[in-house]
Design a protein around this ligand. Structure first.
Ligand SMILES: *Cc1c(COP(=O)(O)O)cnc(C)c1O
Length: 231
């Protein structure tokens, strides 16, 4: 039952917050529902979850249309510039901005819709070839450039840590991202506020919370394993 999974995740989050001396309210759980059918999302919605993460534009838009309107949809996957227009007025947060050109397109579309879009800069802390995101030492400059765009607002940083057996192996990456957010904040760039640290997935969210995550993105831990053959 998804309800039991959710309860377990919630318990783990609470314990991690306790260990870190943090308040539960400081951490937002994002239910990552990619590849999962709407009835499963509804089950979780019934349990009070209002924040969902998707990584494909079309899937996000379809679920947006079918699900209640009080849901906050988070775009967590790689975003192509030509698809920005489909989601710009539907998302509460875009986690995956890793180039000025993408931010620029979000700005153009946001202007058309008369909205300001909150975004995170995606950082490939571990510098894995298979992952998107800027390098740690490129993030500051990108933040400075994007800060000049009127209809985009940088609210923090996001990383996807390596897939590891032992979550402890990712602790240093979470720590590095936290430090980067402190460094960027210290620069006092206009229009840039490092409020959000989106880090931690099913395998490592408790470690991420200990290191300062304010958003954890949990898919498998709530919905079970994904089957990519069915889609
Ligand atoms: C799929 C995905 C997640 C969730 O992964 P799980 O290991 O299933 O919790 C989190 N973040 C991003 C960016 C993802 O694409």
């Amino acid at each position: 039952m998804l309800k039991d999974n959710l309860k377990q995740v919630e318990e783990n989050i609470e314990k991690a917050c306790e260990r870190a001396g943090r308040k539960r309210e400081e951490v937002t759980l994002i239910a990552v529902s990619k590849t999962k059918p709407v009835p499963m999302l509804e089950e979780i919605y019934e349990e009070g979850i209002r924040t969902f993460g998707e990584n494909k534009v079309q899937e996000l838009v379809e679920k947006y249309d079918e699900m209640p309107k009080d849901i906050k949809w988070h775009m967590i996957g790689h975003l192509q510039r030509n698809k920005v227009k489909y989601i710009v007025d539907k998302v509460a947060l875009i986690h995956s901005v890793d180039s000025y050109r993408l931010a620029e397109e979000i700005n153009v579309q946001a202007k058309k819709h008369g909205v300001v879009v909150p975004i995170l800069i995606e950082v490939n802390v571990a510098e894995e070839d298979s992952k998107f995101g800027v390098k740690l030492n490129e993030a500051m400059q990108l933040a400075e450039e994007i800060s000049l765009l009127e209809n985009v607002r940088i609210e923090g940083l996001m990383t996807i840590a390596p897939f590891v057996e032992n979550a402890e192996d990712n602790r240093m990456y979470f720590r590095q991202l936290k430090q980067l957010s402190v460094d960027i904040d210290a620069k006092n760039i206009d229009n840039v506020h490092m409020k959000i640290l989106s880090m931690g997935m099913t395998g490592d969210y408790t470690v991420a919370i200990e290191e300062g995550a304010t958003m954890v993105r949990v898919g498998t831990g709530i919905f079970g394993a994904r089957n990519y053959n069915n889609i």
